[in-house]
Design a protein around this ligand. Structure first.
Ligand code: WQD
Length: 332
């Protein structure tokens, strides 16, 4: 099976590329390098021994997309490409709607023209309402509260409508909780441009003195230690969730939706304390005000992915912290 990974040089895309290659899939990666680096192609070769074909293409460049599909002869697409910074999306909503939604429509048009009838879409737990009580099941109330989350919600709906109109088209929508960690080689990992928004890359940069100290956004939530609780999933487990979905996609009609999470919630201080325990006591922090828009407690019900995809996470928080630390150590 030949698979195109849009955004395939990004954090989750590159880890999924490794898992697919190591399980015998032929892959191409497409990326506009807005939030990734071309040297990941070489790192994928170092890890897997395979030279993946890289297309430096933007989803909004329809001519280049068409040429790639005319030559690619893909059996499936895993669609990672998209802008993903919550804060930036509130400042630049039109950029997010154009890039993420118009880009996806362009992708679906190419898939239709070249008869590619299988897609796995990278969605997010941020489509859920923060009024839901955790654990979140796939039929929990949806209510994204920022433009980024709304692009994920709208794309889910577009894919559902397209499946209804095209009976031979199959889709798996994967709602990620909080991916952290890195490949054991330390060659690929989470490497955001600028000051990280997300917790783990901020922690690892404090650990290596690249940032002064961590600000913990609030300790007055209704949680065991007052800090925010999230479902942190190792990015390699997350990548394996895509493999599980790909292996099942021909066994059903229409679309399926699955949470990818561990089913366990950890607080910010759980993460910081675990990181300091396994990586050496390097992360200083201070408690500051809550970050607007943050929910108190979000974690997945992982049952549906287990029952229908046979998918279950295997990696614990300690390994997530250690692998993140190891990547930052190697990441000059
Ligand atoms: C986790 C916890 C913060 C940074 C977001 C997106 C989601 C997905 C993952 C793309 C929260 C706390 C964080 C810091 C902190 N992104 N925190 N200090 O907000 O759960 O989810 O990233 O798909 O769509 O919404 O992740 O890592 O930003 O925050 O205290 O410097 O860490 O308050 O409790 P979040 P996060």
């Amino acid at each position: 099976m030949k698979v195109l990974l849009t955004g395939g040089l990004g954090y989750i895309g590159s880890h999924t590329a490794v898992e697919l290659i190591e399980n015998g899939f032929e892959i191409d990666v497409m990326d506009n390098l807005y939030n990734s680096s071309e040297d990941v192609v070489e790192k994928l070769k170092q890890i897997t021994g395979k030279q993946v074909k890289f297309h430096k293409i933007d989803l909004l460049d329809m001519d280049s997309m068409d040429k790639m599909f005319s030559e690619g002869k893909y059996d499936a697409v895993i669609h990672f490409a998209g802008l993903k910074a919550v804060g930036e999306s509130t400042q630049k909503p039109l950029m997010y709607y154009e890039n993420n939604i118009t880009g996806t429509i362009n992708l679906l048009k190419c898939m239709e023209k070249y008869n590619v009838n299988n897609i796995i879409f990278s969605s997010s737990a941020c489509v859920y309402s923060d009024k839901n009580v955790a654990p979140f099941t796939e039929d929990a109330i949806l209510n994204p509260i920022n433009p980024y989350g709304r692009t994920k919600y709208f794309i889910e709906e577009i894919i559902k409508d397209y499946c209804f109109a095209n009976k031979n088209f199959k889709a798996v929508i994967l709602r990620y909780f909080n991916p952290i960690g890195a490949h054991e080689s330390g060659l690929i990992g989470e490497n955001p441009n600028g000051i990280p928004n997300n917790l783990m890359p901020y922690i690892t940069r404090v650990a290596f003195g690249k940032l002064k100290e961590l600000s913990v956004f609030g300790n007055d939530y209704d949680t065991p230690d007052g800090t925010g609780v999230r479902d942190y999933i190792h990015v390699v487990d997350l990548a394996r969730g895509h493999l599980a979905a790909l292996n099942k996609i021909n066994s059903f009609e229409g679309y399926k939706i699955y949470n990818l999470g561990t089913g366990h919630g950890y607080s910010v201080l759980d993460v910081v304390n675990t990181f300091n325990k396994v990586c050496g006591n390097k992360v200083k922090y201070k408690i500051v005000d809550r970050r607007p828009g943050d929910a108190a407690c979000v974690f997945a019900s992982p049952e549906k992915a287990l029952n229908e995809l046979g998918f279950k996470t295997t990696k614990e928080l300690e390994e997530m912290c250690l692998s993140s630390y190891n990547f930052e150590k190697n990441n000059k």
